[in-house]
Design a protein around this ligand. Structure first.
Ligand code: SF4
Ligand code: SF4
Length: 122
């Protein structure tokens, strides 16, 4: 499982603009040209009451508890399922990168997010 950091503060799973509290994250790919700009986090959910309830089923509660007692390590990294087959770190639709970094600063929806670690196989 990859360590994951994410700057999408407007996502309901985001903690302090750094950590992701989701159990599973799905990285999608838009369009046909595979590059960083075409990736997005499809697990992104805007912060509102409806999504608070929706997000509960995918929240990494055990990771959150571990994170509280371990402030130096990333303990709540999600499993990252990824559609970007052209990425070097994609192995059977799972991400095997040691650390995944999701961009989401100032994003208001998932389309604005992207995986900054994407490296094309070609
Ligand atoms: S945008 Fe994706 S990676 Fe970032 S906090 Fe939300 S679900 Fe997690
Ligand atoms: S590093 Fe590559 S395989 Fe991992 S989530 Fe990002 S685009 Fe997908």
């Amino acid at each position: 499982m990859s360590d994951l950091i994410c700057s999408a503060v407007s996502c309901i799973y985001n903690i302090n603009g750094v950590l992701c509290s989701a159990r599973n994250v799905h990285i999608g790919i838009k369009g046909i040209s595979n590059n960083i700009e075409d990736t997005d986090c499809e697990t992104y959910l805007n912060r509102n009451l409806k999504n608070t309830l929706t997000s509960i089923v995918n929240t990494n509660l055990i990771g959150e508890v571990k994170q509280i007692v371990s402030s130096n390590e990333i303990e709540m990294s999600p499993q990252v399922i990824c559609d970007a087959k052209q990425c070097t770190y994609n192995s059977g639709d799972l991400c095997v990168a040691k650390r995944v970094q999701i961009y989401g600063l100032k994003c208001e929806d998932s389309r604005c997010t992207k995986c900054e670690v994407f490296v094309s196989k070609s």
